[in-house]
Design a binder for this molecule. Structure first.
Ligand code: SF4
Length: 1007
């Protein structure tokens, strides 16, 4: 019994037999193996793979079948931050993406969106060649015809090139190309940073994005942006906040989050100040007032006139945050040695967004953060994007017939702009709409011609990720489909149009190399370009020129600045609306990736859909329960989605995530969930024109129907059963102070392997470091060929994830809650309850202490799963599909399981074996740190550590002997090989009496 999942689509014309590699695929793969090498060796744009089905006659020197090659590259267009990656390529196909450890931003770590770029690359729904619109839909076309059509359109005049907002040579090329053909070049990204830049221009005369060094801070305040999820540089910030709170090293910066809902970022904070949407800047302004009054230094005196009116009482009236709480926050910031404040982000932007960002900038100034934890000339570089108002102006120009040819090269504005912008409607007035997108997205669906561009991992590119730090992107394999590098398409079109312009090269690879020749000359390295270039490609860029960062002086404008006063009206019987981006789906570009749809949202744990967050106390009188379908209505539109009851949102607000609600884009995205941008009217920041996501009220009405709300977590609480442990800061410090780690002593779990074996593999997970981002879970999907089962099966509790990140709440003394994220996988128990109940010995203990599953023996009784107290075993009820070309991503080192087989985390046994073989060849044991499991490698916070428990000095052994150690459900005496380190909070926890604990426990059992 095999049935298609949501990844499969029987009607898909290009679908091939899935789950295994057919002979034809194999020939393709072997045929393209040389291309991976050629790409790395600087070849021009390679031909599509189906044009070259030639097996090797002469084996390329650097390709050994069955052995991985690694190519450094760059994902600049995949999400909020450019990520340097090392693509693991096997037999010509990329099968895994590691973070590039040398790359200055992500430093080896990844995000779920970054890891899932492979599913974008191998997406069966990618456009597979040029298409021309006909009456009956799109028809296949040749590249010659497509380029000729685009060339002809260029001759029509009034051409606009709409591209993403980049920073490197690709962006420079697009600008040069637009100049050469006489086109206007508009750059557009879903989230611009215009108010952030403008605020710093007002404050310090520097229209920059500064570098927020939260790793150096001893007091952190977030004024609304989801900087650990979707804003600016989440992977970088993940590492930095973990570094700022390494309690075992004596650091634990207190973190306060200000905003209407507890986002992923807010869930990692110690305190939550519940400001109304769009008002966090008022809290920052009042905090700056308090800091300035307390410090009374020269910086404070300079801003005396600017800040004097904004008292905590003034802010309390506008934000809903008590004045005392704001005053206390200001006092704490003033008392800190190295405080840092982070700005509001899109979800907190109202019509005075620039003022809100400026308030945070001035708070950083009076607190002394500028030059210590907030640095200029070193911040992340992001291209400048057209603002909402500028896109509205473009839409108006289109509507009036002022654009004859629109070339959309990357963005998908029909989905990422509110309908109130008028962009989608205006497209019908453009005679020639040409899309260079890789997917049939909402904008592309309106095109007359589609010239599909290659994926980033099939293309050349670069980016200046920070001033002086250049990352290089190179193709790591041949294009999967008949696509071309975007810039080569444009060069071809210009040539077809007879444009006489010398780009200095015949193709973009040459153009990019020329740009790097200039960088080589400027570097004065003293080495030949060929050597220098080879090394650059090998390491993925040049970062030695990165600027150190500096402070900035207050501008005269800031001294005389007058903030606009605004007092938002109470929503009355309506609700304040919060529209926010998640780190997974981002602006919707992750929506057709099965790994992303099936990865639980880090806050709500919902998969495959949209929801409307509402506080339980608000829902009760309305008679609403989890999953009830409601209608949310604004002046601009209406959406319907199920309610999600969440104590982490203000009682007068509702929140809806972005990213879903696609009408096109592919089988996993189309028709799923809602797009909350439909609710937004055409409001923008008065100073910059950036879209105002906040400041709207909506009506919410029950429909009397049930919606589909699929959550992959049962209880939000562990009911004091030692599952997700959290301790107060004082207790943690005391425990650590009096604790010494004996480097000669073995931990108990070390004895649970064969006495003759030198190894007992174990893991530690630091809950204090873990932010709940989910990169570990996604990496596990990529490495271990995990099946995506779809919404229906998830609703039935049949997800196949080997690692789940659970989210638990613990009550605090003030009636709030603290969130603990718990990454949980097979615990590889010494006394594993799954082993003795298997009738066929499929679950057994190997000599190295691993709890092993022999797929070939498993007969599917599922006794092991019933007996696993950690619920970490997954049963294959079906043989799941990996529709072509997704099957090309499968890791050949790992078996693809079929129906009737139980599976679970193996600690990446294939990586363990590889390291052991290597060590054996060299006549030694495996070194500590030599094995990195997939989850450990992806984790931005270094929360996961793997190693040998039989080595008492190994890192994992030391952590397993640490002061914060515990085992989940320890009283069961299963002797897990996974040690958890307790979460730590500055908040005061509610300590239930024994009686209360028992009552809670009984309540759960009866539930
Ligand atoms: S353990 Fe997993 S969820 Fe936690 S920070 Fe690391 S990658 Fe993210």
């Amino acid at each position: 019994m095999s049935e298609p999942t949501s990844q499969s689509d029987a009607s898909h014309a290009e679908q091939e037999p899935s789950g295994s590699t057919s002979r034809r695929d194999f020939l393709k793969i072997v045929g393209i193996s040389g291309a991976g090498a050629a790409a790395a060796a600087c070849s021009p744009a390679p031909p599509a793979i189906h044009q070259k089905l030639i097996p090797y006659l002469v084996q390329p020197e650097d390709i050994t079948p069955g052995v991985n090659s690694t190519y450094a590259s760059l994902l600049a267009e995949n999400g909020p931050e450019p990520l340097g990656v090392l693509a693991r390529v096997r037999d010509g196909r990329a099968i895994f993406l590691d973070g590039n450890p040398d790359y200055p931003l992500n430093q080896g770590a990844m995000s779920p969106l970054g890891l899932s770029a492979l599913q974008h690359l191998y997406d069966p729904d990618r456009l597979q060649g040029p298409r021309k619109k006909a009456e009956s839909g799109f028809q296949e076309a040749s590249w010659d015809d497509a380029l000729a059509a685009l060339g002809k359109a260029l001759g029509d005049g009034d051409v606009v090139l709409l591209s993403g907002a980049g920073t490197g040579t690709r962006d420079a090329f697009l600008a040069e190309w637009a100049g050469a053909v006489g086109a206007d070049h508009v750059r557009y990204e879903s989230f611009d940073y215009a108010p952030l830049r403008r605020a710093h221009e007002i404050a310090f005369g520097r229209a920059e994005i500064p570098d927020y060094r939260i790793d150096r801070a001893d007091r952190i305040v977030g004024f609304g942006s989801d900087f650990l999820g979707s804003w600016l540089s989440p992977v970088t910030f993940g590492r930095r906040i973990a570094d700022a709170r390494r309690i075992d090293e004596g650091r634990h910066a207190r973190f306060t989050f200000v905003g209407p809902r507890v986002s992923l970022t807010g869930s990692n904070a110690d305190d939550w100040l519940k400001a109304r949407p769009g008002t966090a800047g008022f809290v920052a302004l009042a905090a700056a007032h308090v800091v300035a009054a307390r410090k009374g230094d020269a910086r404070s005196a300079a801003l005396q006139g600017t800040l004097s009116a904004y008292t905590p009482e003034w802010a309390a009236e506008r934000t809903g945050v008590p004045a005392d709480a704001i005053r206390e926050l200001g006092q704490e910031i003033a008392a800190a040695e190295r405080p840092v404040a982070l700005p509001p982000g899109p979800e907190s932007q109202d019509r005075d967004a620039t003022d809100a960002y400026l308030a945070v900038a001035l708070l950083n100034y009076v607190a002394g953060a500028i030059g210590t934890t907030v640095l200029f000339a070193a911040g992340p570089r992001r291209g400048t994007s057209a603002t909402f108002d500028e896109m509205k102006a473009l839409a108006a120009r289109m509507q009036s017939g002022g654009v004859r040819t629109l070339i959309v090269a990357g963005p998908n504005p029909v989905h990422t702009l509110p309908a109130s912008c008028g962009f989608a409607k205006a497209l019908s007035q453009v005679p020639n709409l040409v899309s260079l997108s890789s997917h049939m997205d909402e904008t592309t669906a309106a095109a007359s011609w589609i010239l599909p561009s290659s994926h980033e991992l099939e293309s050349w590119g670069d980016a200046e990720v920070a001033p002086g730090a250049w990352s290089l992107g190179q193709p790591v394999m041949q294009p999967v489909f008949d696509t071309r590098q975007r810039e080569d398409i444009l060069m071809g079109a210009a040539s077809s149009a007879g444009v006489q312009h010398d780009f200095g090269a015949d193709d973009f690879a040459g153009y990019l190399e020329n740009a790097w020749r200039e960088r080589h000359a400027a570097s004065r390295s003293g080495r030949s370009f060929d050597d220098w270039w080879f090394e650059t490609r090998k390491q993925g860029g040049r970062w030695e020129g990165a600027a150190e960062g500096s402070g900035a002086s207050l501008s005269d404008l800031a001294v005389s600045y007058r903030f606009a006063d605004r007092k938002p009206e109470a929503p009355g019987d309506k609700f304040d609306l919060v529209v926010y981006a998640t780190g997974h789906l981002y602006d919707g570009r992750g929506a057709n990736r099965g790994w992303i749809q099936e990865l639980p949202d880090p806050v709500t744990k919902v998969v495959w859909g949209s929801w409307v967050e509402m506080h339980p106390d608000t829902a009760e009188p309305l008679g609403l329960r989890d999953g009830d379908l409601v209608e949310v209505k604004s002046d601009a539109g209406t959406v319907r989605a199920p309610v999600y009851l969440y104590p982490g949102i203000r009682k007068d607000a509702v929140a809806i995530p972005m990213g879903q609600g696609h009408t096109h884009y592919g089988r996993n995205a189309r028709g799923r969930g809602v797009n909350p941008l439909d609710l937004l009217s055409a409001r923008s920041d008065a100073a910059t024109g950036s879209l105002a996501y906040a400041g709207l009220t909506v009506g919410v009405t029950a429909t009397g129907q049930k919606g589909r709300l699929v959550k992959l977590q049962g209880s939000d609480r562990d009911y004091h059963r030692e599952v997700a442990e959290i301790m107060e800061l004082g207790a943690a410090q005391e425990a650590i102070r009096g604790h010494e780690v004996d480097l000669t002593e073995l931990v108990e779990a070390a004895w649970d392997s064969d006495p003759m074996s030198p190894y007992r593999w174990g893991m530690s997970v630091d809950l204090n470091a873990c932010t709940g981002c989910g990169a570990c879970a996604t990496a596990c999907y990529a490495e271990n060929n995990l099946a995506v089962v779809g919404e229906e099966r998830c609703a039935g509790g049949r997800e196949m994830s080997w690692l789940r990140v659970e989210r638990f709440f613990t009550e605090t003394a003030d009636g709030g809650f603290q969130t603990t994220h718990l990454a949980e996988m097979c615990q590889h128990c010494g006394d594993a309850p799954c082993e003795p109940v298997c009738p066929v010995y499929a679950a057994y203990h190997n000599p190295e202490g691993l709890n092993v599953q022999v797929y070939n023996r498993c007969v599917g009784t599922r006794y092991c799963s019933n007996n696993c107290p950690y619920k970490q075993r997954r049963f294959n009820w079906f043989t799941y599909d990996f529709p072509y070309p997704l099957n090309l991503q499968l890791n050949p080192d790992v078996t693809v399981r079929e129906k009737g087989v139980m599976e679970k985390c193996t600690f990446c046994v294939q990586r363990i074996d590889r390291a052991k073989v290597q060590a054996k060849e060299e006549g030694r044991l495996v070194h500590d740190g030599e094995i990195t499991t997939a989850c450990m490698g992806a984790c931005p916070t270094d929360a996961i550590v793997f190693g040998n428990l039989k080595d008492p000095t190994s890192r994992v052994s030391k952590l397993a002997k640490g002061a914060r150690r515990y085992h989940v459900l320890e009283e069961l005496n299963t002797r897990p090989a996974v040690t958890y380190l307790r979460d730590v909070t500055h908040a005061e926890l509610a300590h239930p009496s024994e009686e209360e604990g028992e009552t809670e426990s009984a309540a759960t059992q009866s539930a």
